[in-house]
Design a protein around this ligand. Structure first.
Ligand SMILES: Nc1ncnc2c1ncn2[C@@H]1O[C@H](COP(=O)(O)OP(=O)(O)O)[C@@H](O)[C@H]1O
Ligand SMILES: Nc1ncnc2c1ncn2[C@H]1C[C@H](O)[C@@H](COP(=O)(O)O)O1
Length: 222
């Protein structure tokens, strides 16, 4: 019996993993998908044609990058919908607008006109039948020093060269964002409470918590 059956997690469940850059979303996505025998939906980083340019010049590329991410995530939403669920998704679509686009608009690295165009597009795309909300958002949180350490260790040059202030500001915004998030149920996990690299078996207790939360919130999906 696999963990999905053991913990009675419905096969069509869609779980999205949220949290700041470097906190461990991709690692969690892989581990959960393996444990539950679900498909994965990852962000495109290596093949993203704007990401490097964006880190070199936020002002010039922030709108292009947001539109690119929105299109990619929407395509993924459609794929998940067509498969009928059973997915772990690396980063939610809500973070694009709630964290990244807003942060760049507030900091003046996205113009008011571009921000308005982007948010109109986001609202129009998300309000469609292709956009079922996930059954659960698993939010990963941890101290900023640990997060910056992981970004440095992972070694994406564009992120390593970005000043720490950027990650600190993002980390603070995530705290506010998650405290006000209500588009779907949330399970918060502290990265100090598990270590999937040293102890892969830790995934079972996470699956157990996910199962508990899905049961507690099942009335919202009926
Ligand atoms: N429990 C952990 N302890 C130490 N490092 C970790 C742990 N989980 C993930 N990492 C490392 O942290 C870096 C960022 O993790 P990743 O899953 O890519 O984060 P994200 O997808 O949130 O950006 C990677 O190098 C990964 O191997
Ligand atoms: N919507 C976004 N705007 C700007 N940058 C973004 C957005 N979504 C992801 N990113 C960046 C942040 C990282 O450099 C990479 C991948 O994110 P990760 O949290 O490591 O999965 O893309």
């Amino acid at each position: 019996m696999n963990l999905r059956e053991k913990y009675d997690i419905p096969p069509q469940t869609v779980i999205t993993i949220a949290g700041t850059v470097g906190v461990g979303k991709s690692t969690m996505t892989k581990a959960l998908a393996e444990a539950l025998n679900f498909r994965t939906s990852f962000e495109k980083v290596d093949t993203n044609p704007y990401l490097d340019k964006f880190y070199e010049d936020f002002e010039k590329w922030s709108f292009h990058l947001q539109v690119y991410f929105l299109a990619e995530r929407f395509k993924e939403q459609k794929r998940i919908f067509e498969y009928g669920g059973g997915f772990i998704q690396d980063r939610s679509i809500y973070e694009d607008t709630g964290i990244f686009a807003k942060m760049h608009f507030d900091k003046g690295t996205m113009s008011p006109t571009d921000y308005e165009t982007y948010t109109n597009l986001f609202d129009a795309m998300v309000m469609t039948p292709y956009f079922p909300h996930p059954d659960l958002l698993v939010y990963l949180e941890g101290p900023i020093n640990a997060v910056i350490g992981r970004i440095q260790e992972r070694g994406r040059a564009m992120e390593q060269q970005t000043p720490n202030d950027y990650w600190i500001e993002m980390h603070e915004r995530y705290e506010n964002w998650i405290n006000n998030f209500n588009s779907c149920p949330v399970l918060r996990l502290d990265i100090n409470d598990y270590d999937l690299l040293k102890n892969p078996d830790a995934i079972e207790s996470i699956v157990s918590r996910i199962s508990h939360m899905l049961k507690q919130t099942s009335h919202l999906r009926k």
